[in-house]
Design a protein around this ligand. Structure first.
Ligand SMILES: Cc1ncc(COP(=O)(O)O)c(C=O)c1O
Length: 373
């Protein structure tokens, strides 16, 4: 870094750490000489994409020499029809990651502005604040690992521009309920935009008082809802996310975004995936079983799982989870340890297929037994 000091790279960028993704399967297989590696670290859909999406991509591939439709017309119309919103309410991005980034670009203007989020929360919110050289306020989750909405509301100042609430939260999987969320919205001053990140929303939609951003956007509140095709829809590799926004935010988004920010294969796949409700329903049902199973495995060795409504389990092992993470890796199971989010005793395990959960269970029981012995 010293050698390039003269280049004038902005201090806020140099203060950032690169995103650490879950370790790629192939790297682990090669490094450890393992035959089978199971990755339960990135909250992907273990059942893959909808076959309709795969067929749509095959067909669209023949036209990959053409620029995509910059307005994503067909997909936007499909989203409007499915969710009952107007075009002026729909934003689309290269993954919801891009939308998170652009919200920072649109709303944060240096050190006078602040982004608020729960702690721990999704790391791309931090990045959005850092890239705008703005302030970041992280409000600790409560004792049940849930967003502490009353504390967040109390910490709002003139500087607060964006508040991110991931619901379910990543990495804990916890949710906030409708009444508390509406009380929170009512307590906020009009200069604050709340971003309700529903990346895992399809997994919590069966909960009766689970709030949906659609209601608030329709009511014209200062709320943006974020959705993604990466989780329940199984299109993570194509990078496509969307959001519901007030018209003024949608207008600003179209000014700020790149002209072709959603590629043509992603558009085609997403249109098809939206038609396959059965695939999402099957995924969500299997996910509930998977979370219950992972939680039971954790409980059986004395760990305490958090009540997760996402497609992963999160548990407090009661001791340093770092060595457990390493020992699982040696056995070909990739999960996430909580040290980097300030929960050194916690482990996050994405729901896999039943066979992948079997593999996790066998390895985890061995590791836990060694710990006890
Ligand atoms: C809470 C949350 N929001 C957004 C994202 C980003 O999803 P994508 O960029 O794949 O749409 C993730 C991904 O893990 C996430 O956990």
């Amino acid at each position: 870094m010293e050698a390039n000091a003269g280049l004038g790279i902005r201090a806020n960028v140099l203060a950032m750490s690169p995103y650490v993704p879950g370790k790629p399967i192939e790297d682990v297989r090669r490094e450890l000489g393992l035959e089978r590696v199971v990755k339960l670290a990135s909250n992907e859909n273990p059942f893959g994409p909808s076959p309709l999406a795969v067929a749509a991509v095959r067909e669209a591939a023949a036209n990959m020499h053409l620029y995509p439709d910059g307005s994503s017309r067909e997909l936007r119309e499909a989203i409007c029809a499915k969710f009952g919103v107007g075009e002026e309410n729909v934003i689309l991005g290269n993954g919801s990651d891009e939308i998170i980034h652009l919200l920072g670009v649109m709303f944060l203007d240096g050190d006078d502005d602040e982004l608020m989020m729960g702690d721990p929360g999704f790391s791309r919110y931090d990045a959005s604040a850092f890239l705008a050289a703005s302030r970041l306020k992280k409000v600790p989750l409560d004792a049940e690992y849930r967003h502490d909405l009353s504390r967040m509301a109390a910490e709002v100042t003139e500087a607060t521009r964006l508040i991110f609430v991931a619901n379910p939260n990543n990495p804990t999987g916890t949710i906030v309920r409708r009444t508390e969320f509406e009380r929170f919205l009512d307590a906020l001053p009009p200069h604050v935009l709340v971003v309700l990140d529903e990346a895992y929303g399809e997994f919590a939609a069966h909960i009766e008082d689970y709030p949906t951003s659609l209601d608030y956007v329709r009511e014209g509140r200062n709320v943006v809802g974020l959705r993604t095709f990466s989780k329940a829809y199984g299109l993570a590799g194509l990078r496509i996310g969307f959001g519901f926004a007030p018209p003024a935010v949608t207008d600003a988004f179209h000014r700020a975004r790149e002209p072709f920010n959603v590629n043509s294969l992603a558009q085609a796949a997403a249109v098809a995936a939206l038609q396959d409700d059965a695939h999402v329903a099957k995924t969500a049902a299997a996910n509930r079983e998977g979370v219950a199973r992972l939680n039971a495995i954790f409980r059986s060795v004395g760990a305490v799982p958090v009540e997760s409504f996402a497609n992963f389990a999160y548990a407090d092992l009661g001791y340093d989870a770092g060595p457990v993470f390493q020992a699982l890796m040696q056995r070909g199971i990739i999960v996430r340890a909580g040290a980097h989010v300030g929960h050194p005793h916690c482990l996050r395990v994405s729901v896999g297929t039943p066979e992948e959960i079997d593999a996790f269970e066998a390895a985890f029981r061995e590791v836990a037994a060694e710990k006890r012995g």
